[in-house]
Design a protein. Sequence first.
Length: 247
Amino acid sequence: MVQIGICDWGIGGLGFYNLLRADRPDVDVVYLGDQGYTSYGKVPTRELAARIRWVLSGFRARGISQVVIACNAASTVLHEAAVAGVEARGVIEPALARLAVDRTSVGVIGGRRTISSGAYRRPLAKLGVAVVQRVAQPLSGLIEDGRAGDPSTHDLLRSILRPIRHSERLVLACTHYVVLESVAREYMPEAMIIDPAAEVWAQIKFELAPGTGNIGSSLFYTTGDMAAMEARAFAAFGVRAKVQRWS
């Protein structure tokens, strides 16, 4: 039996969940949306690392030893948040591995913590890759609030992309942003769009034990409002989730 835990502050990690489910319906999944806590991008580094350790300890207590931290902001502190008995992966390293394949220019949009950390810019700069970054902080909140389809949200995304529209590759450095991928593709039709969550799954799926042909379970938890997460999960990602309280 293969079990995978997924954590994000909100619903963004459901993009990874959908990729996993499409390929491996037999895997048992436990998903945590930590909406009852401060948005990960707004928390000081040491405090965020402590919170991620708490999250990983909760997965361990539930018997989950493999966890994907499907959040770029949280991935920036993962090296400080190790918990014995849990293999935790973030979304940044797999994306960097994909970006290192060639040396074409890269545009990165993400939350303030992700961008200011230089987690994408510094490694790529060492390879001689031209990187232009843009803070896109409001987008994740708008998607959480069910406003991904609003014309004003699309206009905001286009204004964020405008200074980097000539980049040959675009990194969606927040797992929420994949909901707006079609808008980004329309605005930057020549760019290769990199979804870090997809890069994580591309690595993990080849490491898992063979499928069983069974249908795996999906358990959804939140530290916040259960009904709100259920509504947001369906509105943004088409996931019908019966959400329970995480404690």
